[in-house]
Design a protein around this ligand. Structure first.
Ligand code: DSN
Length: 472
């Protein structure tokens, strides 16, 4: 029997790798087996297509291409130019953006490129004129000192971590927390929702240089039109980090006030979450910031990864197909079904539900910490991650929440009926787990964990992962 193209490609690749270091080939095979077996509910993970995966494994990895298309610091970049231009074109078309920069290696990198572009743009306009220099690169240390003072210590207003914001939005464990004087806006304690009046008040008081919207654990839509009005009212640059929900924007589930691209000055994203591309980042902006953004490498980033840009071009081309909109809608339908299934069984959800791809369970109602719940679910074949909830009594390490998301299971084809079955499995584990002698310890009958693992695995048998890939 002849093998299909995907099986042939992956088998051949593993054979070539095995000849050099068999343990790596084994680990790659084991990773596929593990992913096939587990009920993956990590809200930030997904499964890229075989075409996207294969686009990364080639000699583009061997090429240096610092600079941008047509303006490289190395010779011989014509083919890199081709894939970078294709990825950027697909990104512009998909999101309706004037400019796309597809080099960032990750979301953190994309955010750093954006921060730099915003700062440099501010510096180069009135302040640079004052310093009588042409370019930000020409500034002396003394100029920088003066400019930092002038910019009011580079203030950033972003969503607080426990309300679902991201580390790179000015928090201490990330360099953005050192670069910026940060203040946070939280959510309404009664509803768990963003209180736009409260954001506006914080902006008026703090006068940030950058107002950031975007989250990694907020289960609701954000009104970007209102956020832009707030930014404009205080002269701030409005930046949106859409890493988590880029697939919902691409699939036109988030439109109008909820599509960040027409409202933000600059938008950053990763490409591997709901967008279902390769692991990497991207920046979208208007013409005003385009030149500064394009200086990302070497100003902020190490050499671009042309093999990943090739994969971004493939994945973005896939996201432009009509069936991606259907996929994006199913992600949200599944999240809603999961939320409803959990609520019906008595779970307490942050904000009471979801209108995006993720659900945040407050596990204090089960007498557990997030850490205990995460591990008990993992023992039962359900992969999630612990996450802080607003005003979390257990802090950011142990937490009181479990974040679950539907992009990956939706890619496998699971639908709303399977989400209800998943809710039942999660509910069973959380009600049967008891707290142990520390915030990390818990008690769960191993027989029950095995039973749930088997049920989770049975749920997946009708929805094989990478069905066309047979490693033999
Ligand atoms: N690590 C990603 C997440 O899980 O949300 C964000 O950086």
């Amino acid at each position: 029997m002849s093998l299909n193209a995907e099986s042939t490609a992956f088998r051949s690749a593993l054979e070539v790798i095995r000849a050099v270091e068999p343990r790596v080939a084994d680990a790659i095979g084991a990773e596929l087996a593990d992913q096939r077996e587990s009920l993956k509910l990590i809200a930030s993970e997904n499964y890229a297509s075989p075409a996207t995966l294969l686009a990364m494994g080639n000699w583009f990895s061997d090429k240096y291409a610092e600079g941008t298309i047509g303006r490289r610091f190395y010779a011989g970049c014509q083919n890199v130019d081709t894939v970078e231009a294709l990825a950027a074109e697909h990104a512009r078309e998909l999101f309706g953006a004037a400019h796309a920069y597809v080099q960032p290696h990750s979301g953190i990198d994309a955010n750093l490129v954006a921060f730099w572009a915003i700062l440099a743009d501010r510096v180069e306009s009135p302040a640079l004129k004052k310093a009588q220099v042409r370019q930000v690169n020409d500034l002396t240390e003394a100029d920088w000192f003066a400019l930092r003072r002038e910019l009011g210590n580079q203030r950033m207003l972003g969503m607080s971590l426990d309300a679902g914001g991201h580390l790179t939005h000015g928090f201490r464990p990330n360099i953005s927390g050192k670069m910026f004087d940060q203040r946070s806006y939280g959510t309404d304690p009664a509803t768990g929702l963003i209180d736009y009046d409260n954001v506006a008040e914080a902006a008026r008081e703090f006068k940030p240089l950058i107002l950031v919207a975007g989250y990694s654990a907020y289960p609701r839509k954000v009104n970007f039109r209102i956020m832009r009005e707030i930014a404009d009212s205080v002269g701030a640059t409005f930046m949106v980090d859409m890493a988590h929900f880029a697939g919902l924007v691409a699939g036109k589930v988030f439109t109008g006030d909820f599509d960040p691209v027409p409202h933000a000055h600059i938008v950053t994203t990763t490409t591997h979450k709901s967008l279902r591309g390769p692991r990497g980042g991207m920046v979208l902006c208007g013409p005003e910031l385009a030149d500064q953004v394009d200086r990302g490498c070497p100003m902020v980033l190490g050499g671009p990864l042309p093999h990943v840009m090739a994969a971004k071009a493939v994945a973005l081309a896939e996201a432009r197909r009509p069936d991606f909109a259907d996929y994006a809608q199913r992600i949200v339908d599944n999240a809603r079904a999961l939320a409803e299934g959990l609520t019906r069984r008595g779970a307490k959800l942050v904000t009471g539900g979801t209108d995006n791809h993720l659900v945040l369970i407050d596990v204090t109602g089960y007498g557990l910490t997030g850490r205990q719940a995460e591990q008990a679910l993992l023992d039962s074949g359900i992969v999630t991650n612990r996450n802080a909830v607003p005003q979390d009594p257990n802090g950011a390490w142990y937490t009181s929440g479990i974040r679950i998301g539907t992009p990956a299971l939706t890619s496998r084809g699971l639908g709303t009926a399977e989400m209800d079955a998943t809710a039942e499995l999660i509910h069973t584990v959380l009600t049967q787990t008891t707290s142990g002698e520390s915030k990390a310890k818990y008690v769960l009958d191993p027989a029950l964990a095995d039973k749930v693992s088997k049920q989770a695995s049975d749920l997946l048998t009708t929805f094989p992962l990478y069905p066309a890939v047979d490693l033999g």
